[in-house]
Design a protein around this ligand. Structure first.
Ligand code: HPA
Length: 249
């Protein structure tokens, strides 16, 4: 069984408990990934881990080399990618501390390198993206969450904005009208590139704040990090259940 890969987001700089066996420094046709990809063991399972913001650096969402990241993971032959995204909550059930396994995406990003299709080989790559997340991997995540007794929302729409600034209250109202349940900045083009590369991909969204205009406080990174610290422990539990099941242990 090939290992799964985890792409960590804000607040998941390292996978706690990961025994790192190797660092893979991979050069791709699009440049280097955000940082070397760690191959390691977590309990009885092997996995690859990539922090999309780099670290100790902090690559902002619009500057992440999504193509290099997905290309590098594909070249390692991963069985699938589980992405972790921190998000703001829009729908009333998406309160800080909640986990969502989204099933849909609305992409508001612009100007990012968003495709492997450079049009040069004479074929067009119109991938099917009706269901942006891999059905089987999403179901495996839901099963793992149920088995590990982790409260979660089993479906929802992940809106992705350009950042790095947070949204205005009116922008969040527009996203709500569009049907978005949560808003983040890193879900796209990552998901579409994984589909182009034919790598199963699913996301775990951690709600870390009420989206702009829906809470009383000005939004601060410090506040988000506080929630992230406690949510990260729950995400680790979910991942370890998923990995154990994936490895058939
Ligand atoms: N908006 C966009 N991205 C985010 C947010 C938000 O409110 N919170 C965490 N990532």
């Amino acid at each position: 069984m090939k290992p799964l890969a985890i792409i960590g987001g804000t607040g998941i700089d390292e996978l706690e408990g990961l025994e790192v066996l190797r660092d893979h420094r991979i050069e791709t046709p699009f440049g280097e990934p955000s940082r070397p990809i760690q191959e390691g063991r977590l309990g009885n399972t092997t996995l690859y881990f990539l922090q999309r913001h780099g670290s100790p650096g902090a690559i902002p969402p619009h500057r992440i080399n999504y193509r290099a990241n997905i290309w590098a993971l594909k070249s390692l032959g991963v069985a699938g990618i589980v992405a972790i995204n921190s998000v703001g909550g829009i729908t009333s059930t998406m309160r800080p501390g909640r986990l969502l396994i989204p099933d849909q995406v609305v992409d508001y990003t612009w100007g990012r390198e968003h495709t492997f299709d450079d049009g040069e080989d004479g074929t067009l790559m119109h991938i099917d993206f009706t269901e942006p997340y891999d059905r089987a991997l999403r179901e495996a995540l839901l099963k793992a969450a149920e088995t590990a007794d982790i409260p979660h929302e089993a479906r929802g729409v992940h809106g992705i904005t350009q950042g790095p600034r947070l949204e205005t209250a009116a922008e969040i109202q527009r996203l709500a009208r569009d049907g978005c349940d949560v808003v983040g900045m890193t879900g796209m083009p990552e998901a579409a590139l994984a589909r182009e590369a034919d790598v199963p991909y699913a996301s775990i969204c951690m709600v870390v704040n009420p989206a702009a205009g829906l809470g009383d406080l000005p939004l601060t990174l410090a506040m988000m990090r506080e929630i992230l610290a406690s949510e990260a422990a729950v995400v680790r539990k979910l991942l370890s259940e998923l990995l154990t099941r994936h490895n058939g242990a």
